[in-house]
Design a protein around this ligand. Structure first.
Ligand code: PNS
Length: 165
């Protein structure tokens, strides 16, 4: 039984993430979407939102489940018996960001990272851009799984109201 963890912030999950997960289940018996904390980003959505939206998005894909990564990613992988990490690469900037993490994770426990090239049809999608487009009133429904856009807009509204006091 081969298990891969597809880790990320998923703030929010996008059609790009979903494409990587779908392709991952052809390579591994099980893909675990690992919702983790990126220390260099502050998330718009709560962990509960991110997990809930990811669970709905993968509900119909056999061999996929969603879990929270509570601490170090490699510790989580060991706990669940995962032998690989799965990540998508949209371009050189992704590679530059992902390579140090892949090397560090391999240094820590020997776990390998498998990169899949992003499908051209979704290579322009990034969670940060989804939030930026939505923040400025743009349409994001065709960038994210069903139900995600509404939650993103609601959380952006709450943030804006909070900022105004
Ligand atoms: O979607 P992101 O923000 O690019 O994903 C980065 C993430 C969350 C996978 C990374 O920050 C991570 O692995 N965080 C968990 C803590 C950890 O293991 N840090 C060391 C990474 S080498």
């Amino acid at each position: 039984m081969t298990i891969a963890v597809c880790p990320g912030s998923f703030d929010p999950i996008t059609l790009g993430h979903l494409d990587v997960v779908r392709r991952g289940v052809r390579l591994f018996d099980e893909v675990v979407v690992g919702v983790a904390r990126n220390a260099s980003k502050s998330a718009l959505l709560s962990v509960e939102d991110r997990v809930g939206l990811a669970r709905s998005a993968v509900a119909e894909i056999p061999g996929v489940r969603v879990e929270v990564v509570p601490g170090l990613l490699v510790d989580f992988c060991q706990e669940i018996g995962a032998t690989a990490l799965l990540k998508g690469l949209r371009g050189g900037a992704d590679y530059d960001a992902e390579l140090p993490m892949a090397l560090m994770n391999r240094h820590l426990t020997g776990i390998e990272t498998v990169f899949v090239p992003a499908d051209r049809g979704v290579a322009h999608i990034a969670s940060s851009l989804v939030k930026d487009v939505a923040r400025h009133g743009g349409r994001v429904e065709d960038l994210v799984p069903p139900g995600v856009a509404e939650v993103v807009r609601a959380r952006l509204r709450a943030h804006a109201e909070g900022a105004r006091g």
